[in-house]
Design a protein around this ligand. Sequence first.
Ligand SMILES: Cc1cc2nc3c(=O)[nH]c(=O)nc-3n(C[C@H](O)[C@H](O)[C@H](O)COP(=O)(O)OP(=O)(O)OC[C@H]3O[C@@H](n4cnc5c(N)ncnc54)[C@H](O)[C@@H]3O)c2cc1C
Ligand code: FES
Length: 274
Amino acid sequence: MMSEKPVLLGSNKIEQSFKLVKVEGPSVQRTLYFKIGKADVLPGQFYMLSHNGGQKPFSISHYDGDLIGFTIMDRGKCSKGMVDAKAGDWFGLTGPLGNTFTTTNHKSYLLIGGGVGTAPLFFLASHLQGTGARVDILFGARNSSYLDYSNTLIGIENYTIIQCGEDDSCAVQGLVTDSIEDRLKKHTYNTCCICGPEPMVLAAIAKVRDSIPSIEISMERYMKCGIGLCGSCVIDQIAARVCEDGPVFTLEELEQSKEFGNYHRNSEGIIEKF
Ligand SMILES: Cc1cc2nc3c(=O)[nH]c(=O)nc-3n(C[C@H](O)[C@H](O)[C@H](O)COP(=O)(O)OP(=O)(O)OC[C@H]3O[C@@H](n4cnc5c(N)ncnc54)[C@H](O)[C@@H]3O)c2cc1C
Ligand code: FES
């Protein structure tokens, strides 16, 4: 007789409840902090956050060995509810999930982030502090209110941060990708890490691919379960689940997919072109 074994999920795949302890930032985008204590969390990983019946993935943007932070932009119903939450509110956290950026064997990084794609790169930059690596950071957003949280990276030894905005509230006015050539003229890099809207990611890749040998991209896809079970985040051709096999992929991996840079699936699984 066949015995049915229960599916055992690792403890990182079981939701735990935490009180929101601190909220920072303007109403359009806030960083939410939870006291999780000691945990093995690395740059690139994310958590599924649930609040008031909604659940969505969010990259880790901060971790100091005790408090973990998620930088959340008000984009829709679920994220708005989270951005409006107050200290003391309860959230469900499942994670850390997914893989990580490469943080070893590299001496010089160019980080390119757009919108909330800056969040995982902010954590990567914070994590690399003190390793001796050169870290140049290009962050782009609508205006400075979305990037103010990254001001703590200003003035770190071996670091340069260039904040680009659509208006004149940032140090540089223009697209984040417009600042890439200037960086490449001044420095050589071993690794480029990119996260943001896919058209921006493609534009960045076109500029760096001949100069930087290792390119890693953190991908965003619609996620339902976040733990590899539902298939909603699968990338065509390479059959990779972004939640389980990503969210960080090499350029070589993504270029085997016709989906990358062309389309994604919405919450109903319907293809939408970029
Ligand atoms: C690995 C990963 C990490 C993420 N990290 C962050 C983060 O650090 N900060 C942050 O603010 N957000 C992050 N997101 C996005 C976040 O999970 C939600 O998708 C976003 O907050 C919108 O959810 P919503 O329910 O508020 O909006 P919805 O009502 O679901 O959607 C609002 C609008 O956004 C579009 N949209 C929603 N989800 C996606 C998606 N995944 N890809 C493309 N378009 C989408 C919808 O089509 C709609 O137009 C991440 C997503 C992934 C997959
Ligand atoms: S979100 Fe369910 S498999 Fe990735």
